[in-house]
Ligand binder design. Sequence first.
Ligand SMILES: Nc1ncnc2c1ncn2[C@@H]1O[C@H](COP(=O)(O)OP(=O)(O)OP(=O)(O)O)[C@@H](O)[C@H]1O
Length: 687
Amino acid sequence: MEDRRVEEIQDMALSPPTMGSMQISGSNGFGNNMEFMSQACLRNRHTEIDIEDGKLNMNQEQPLPIFVKFEDVEFKVRRPRDSSANPAKTAVSKVASPGDEVQDNYKRILKGITGSIGPGEILALMGPSGSGKTTLLKVIGGRLRENVTGSITYNDIPYNTALKRRIGFVTQEDVLLPQLTVEETLVFAAFLRLPGFMSPQQKYARVELIIKELGLERCRHTRIGGAFVPGISGGERKRTSIGYEILVDPSLLLLDEPTSGLDSTSANRLIQILQGLAKAGRTIITTIHQPSSRMFYTFDKLLLISEGYPVYHGNAGESLEYFSSLRFNPEIAMNPAEFLLDLATGQVTGISLPDDIPEPEGSLDSDKSVIKYLQLKYKTLLEPKEKEENSQNRRAPEHLQLAIQTKKDWTLSWLEQAIIIYKRTFKERRRDYFDKLRLVQALGIAVMLGLLWWKSETRNEAQLRDQIGLLFYICIFWTSASIFGAVYVFPFEKIYLVKERKADMYRLSVYYVCSTLCDMTAHVFYPTFFMLIVYFMAGFKRTVACFFATLFATQLIAVTSQGVGELFGAASMNIKRAGMFASLVLMLFLLTGGYYTQHIPSFMQWVKYISFMYYGFRLLLKVQYDGGQLYECESKGGCRPLQSSPSFDTVNLGGGLQEVWVLLAMALGFRLLAYFCLRHKINMCHL
Ligand SMILES: Nc1ncnc2c1ncn2[C@@H]1O[C@H](COP(=O)(O)OP(=O)(O)OP(=O)(O)O)[C@@H](O)[C@H]1O
């Protein structure tokens, strides 16, 4: 019995959303939504009884009905100090924009927005560019939390992190890894985000369905592309972004301008898909610029925003009636969306107006008076009704409230996630790893060094100094190559990481470990080729043990430096700053690395002990010039024991493997620090 139930659930999870069993007609009133939610509760309860081992969580198979209420939502940002050099411009900007009130040096972006939306409905956010649609969407999606006032509840519960995996957010800019193909993007997302109990076949089938539904068959094997990588078209990228989010059937789907860049047929098709998703029980909020008339009437609710104020909220189809009741009527046949946008911008050419709009006074021009009038009417006519409705609404059933607050377990174990993320990271970065130019550079430099130090000897101190110079150069080369190879990784991948972490797709530790391990392959691969050439051309000690020990030392230097680069990248998360800090510290460690410095003042002596270059260089020297070689050198005359050389802050050649342990500890320590910095920075970042 239980098996059959599990199969049913799996089938449901695979079935197209439009064919879901929870079809209801678009409901606009709260009553319908409550009924809907009650039905959903019964279903959930039924399933919970059927699956007793607790492994399957009903919430993973069917969307949890979510009713979103927002009341008096305000959002403000700190104003940057006025940098305008033009006093006239500053003066004008201070008076000409009454909507942009400045309080305590903050600019108000959202100015008291109230509304609600339930499962089965689509709410369209409309308004002129810069009116605050995206900001409101981010606030509702929990992406903006600071400086937000008012109340936003999900089944009467405020936002909490357990909601992350129930919310799908399609951002205005498509945030997709550029080197993956469309299919790879969706497959990796499916394997990371779909419940663990679904078989791989079912996950592939879900991807197939999304590709078909969104018309992505033609470009499924094309790379996503980006600024420097050719790839799919803007519309295809947008559809892939949408597929990426709807793949997991989120309960609350937020979309920022999903139709921008699409032709009208594709846009209509997309809206149909959204309708299907809504009918199957999702709550959908979308910003939209200029929908066609056909599209406009598919929305259940409309929130029209002007300069951060609401000017209409309610049934989309009834919006024209409302404005007509205020005596705003189009004089010619117009697309309703165009008419509403004209009103929200105050551009009223071709629109008949009521006579009670106050004459523009002071700095207010006529556009502003229309907007002010509409804002006032909203405040007096619509807002009280909206608030009353919200307060009269029955509370959501208790277990739905509980479900909102219950954090779902990870659907995959740490190792399972790591295997998928490792594969994805490798695919995404493999072009960097096997970059021909990089290989040519490493091999070219190796050959050049080999020729310059061709069969170098250590018969006297001058020769010995020469060879030690080469060792220090090798140390610098791999230190800087590895630091700069690693420092930009996190700043570059920040947007992808923030997006995926906001959706709780995987553990951050998984991402970090996979990223560092993948890159380590390259940090080990290149020094190996390099050393194979330099070592034998330059005439280092010809024993197998010594070659492998030198190779190991070089790789260890590269791997430790990679950790340092990651630390700077993670600590700043900014390409420019990370590069600057890395070069500064590299320079300091280089100077105190033991080659140049002979008379460091005692108060600066400590620097060398934190310099991985100091230990790396010592290790290379130890491997190459152990007691035997120096003794031989000395016995032929002219070569003093290295310890007594005044030119190097060198080695106690009798030492053991302490440099190896120090470098290993540093490689691990820098990585741990990098991980915690990354964790802190990513939690603070918003998209
Ligand atoms: N973090 C911020 N700092 C300063 N200003 C901001 C910030 N976020 C938003 N704004 C400003 O708030 C206003 C609303 O921005 P928002 O992106 O929400 O507009 P929008 O209606 O979505 O516009 P569009 O349709 O062009 O995307 C804009 O004037 C924008 O410059």
